[in-house]
Write a protein that binds this ligand. Structure first.
Ligand code: NAP
Length: 341
């Protein structure tokens, strides 16, 4: 198997075996496995190095680290281990992929162009916006999507957290380190968050939960947030709450800008893969939150990254063995559950 560099700007013009797009847990794990298969993978980090885990303060549920560790520390360990076996890490952003010819072509923001026999997509997801008036205007001026990044600026202040999932619960708990009061506004009367996080939220004296409430507008004065307009989702009653900061955790959207018209996406914008992490184009695989709309854990992303690299390795072996490649033939197989009479 050729492991030469596939950079086509300048003298080098050979073909990469595998390019991994994205540097979260799925991407680095794919790098580790592809490197150990002697494929000399090239991992292009994207602009959010480490992905969402890199803005997580404390990771308590990644196996093997019972004392917990910070997101940036875990990302560093992932990177070290992938590089140890030969993954090449490029700090760049993929701006275009061409997948209707083989080798595929990958172009980047820094003006690089690569040819590659296979691609593993692990571009992850980004926070969903609330999409209410004032949100854009006050982002960075009291509106935030990352407690770990911005919590420090709210020492002794009042903050509102919007959302009812694991992120809202976890980040609200983190904010109690700094804020004098944290109110969680949730649109229903029940959290979606895991039981252990719910218990911690209810036990924390600094946290108040405001049920059945949505934010309809974020207000501010002199360049900083002063409060939010609200609506009760049951009674329709409108209200106003004073606050210094609004932290929004209402889910995530897959980073799929590169793929419409090229790779098959579901109605929510996730790449559709089979159990072997194959997309509809042979030689292109996907792992992590770009294709996972169900689990979205570090542990599951790591597993999917491993599976994608193993499938890419198999694909490259078959290519090397002379199997014919037809890019128009969807390689995926969706296995129906066995019905037991
Ligand atoms: P999520 O589970 O999708 O929860 C989003 C929350 O925002 C839901 O409670 C939802 O309300 C609410 N919401 C959505 N749109 C809204 C809107 N327009 N206005 C008001 N509220 C709105 O998202 P997440 O909390 O970011 O978690 C994403 C995934 O990552 C999950 O699978 C989660 O388990 C995982 N995660 C895990 C951990 C951990 O294991 N420690 C930490 C963080 C995230 P409804 O409940 O009514 O739908």
């Amino acid at each position: 198997m050729t492991t030469a560099n596939g950079h086509v700007n300048g003298a080098e013009s050979q073909v990469e075996n595998v390019i991994i797009i994205g540097s979260g847990p799925a991407g680095f794990t794919a790098g580790l496995y592809a490197a150990r298969a002697n494929l000399s993978p090239l991992l292009i980090t994207g602009n959010e190095y480490g992905g969402q885990v890199s803005i997580t303060y404390d990771i308590e549920n990644y196996p093997g680290f019972p004392e917990s560790l910070s997101g940036p520390d875990l990302v560093e360990k992932f990177k070290q281990q992938a590089e140890k076996f030969g993954t090449r890490v490029e700090f760049d952003y993929v701006s275009e992929i061409i997948v209707d010819q083989h080798p595929f072509v990958v172009r980047t923001q820094n003006g690089n162009e690569y040819q590659t026999r296979s691609i593993i997509v692990s571009t992850g997801a980004r926070p969903r916006y609330l999409e209410v008036p004032g949100e854009k205007e006050y982002t960075g001026k009291g509106v935030s999507y990352c407690a770990t990044c911005d919590g420090f600026f709210f020492r002794g202040k009042d903050v509102i957290v919007v959302g009812g999932g694991d992120s809202a619960a976890e980040e609200a708990l983190f904010l109690t380190r700094y804020a004098s009061r944290v109110r969680i506004l949730h649109r229903r009367d029940q959290f979606r968050a895991s039981k252990i996080l719910q218990d911690r939220v209810f036990a924390n004296e600094k946290i108040e939960v405001v049920w059945n409430t949505v934010v309809t507008e974020i207000e501010g004065e002199g360049g900083s947030v002063t409060g939010v307009n609200t609506r009760n989702t049951v009674t329709g009653e409108e209200g106003y709450l004073d606050t210094d900061g609004v932290f929004i955790f209402v889910g995530h959207l897959p980073n799929n800008e590169l793929f419409p018209g090229k790779l098959e996406l579901d109605e929510d914008g996730h790449l559709i893969t089979d159990r072997k992490m194959r997309t509809n184009v042979p030689g292109i695989f996907a792992a992590g939150e770009i294709q996972d709309k169900v689990f979205k854990q570090v542990a599951t992303s790591v597993g999917q990254g491993c599976a994608a690299a193993m499938s890419a390795t198999r694909f490259l072996e078959e290519l090397e063995a002379g199997y014919s490649l037809d890019l128009t033939v969807d390689p995926r197989e969706f296995v129906a559950p066995k019905v037991v009479a």
